[in-house]
Design a protein around this ligand. Structure first.
Ligand code: ZN
Length: 143
């Protein structure tokens, strides 16, 4: 993200380095999932949404967020899954900038709590009452 901003307005964004971890170039992938704490954030969300089989790695999360597909065959992912991932991403965005502006470190538990606060109602509407309390079981789009 900063890499892009630095290229566009170098006078305002003087460094392409990540403000959270100091990585030399904060590209889009680093901003979303490439940074360890964000990787852990996504692992938590994927686990909460019971999507570990569908999205087992950072790379699969990145693929889904950028293509709306999953797997090597690029199967279109279910809309409910995209809604849930988009909701989690909106909180990642908000919390990232809160940390940067307030000059505070990324705290994993605070990020996860913020997702629950922001999207608890949405996530419960996606919850399938199958007795697995605390988890979501979202259907994948079988073609
Ligand atoms: Zn970073």
């Amino acid at each position: 993200m900063r890499l892009w901003c630095h290229r566009i307005v170098p006078s305002k964004v003087v460094s392409p380095a990540c403000a959270l971890c100091g990585h030399l170039t904060e590209g889009l992938c680093h901003f979303v999932v490439g940074y360890l704490d964000k990787s852990l954030f996504w692992q938590d969300e994927v686990s909460l949404l019971s999507l570990q089989e569908l999205l087992p790695y950072d790379g699969s999360i990145w693929l889904t967020l950028t293509s709306f597909c999953y797997g090597s065959d690029l199967v279109v992912i279910d809309e409910d899954v995209l809604v849930a991932l988009g909701a989690a991403y909106s909180t990642l965005w908000k919390y990232h900038w809160r940390c940067v502006i307030d000059e505070k470190p990324w705290i994993a538990s605070a990020a996860v709590d913020m997702v629950r606060q922001d999207h608890g109602t949405l996530f419960s509407s996606l919850y399938l009452a199958d007795g697995r309390a605390g988890t979501l079981a979202l259907p994948i789009n079988n073609q």
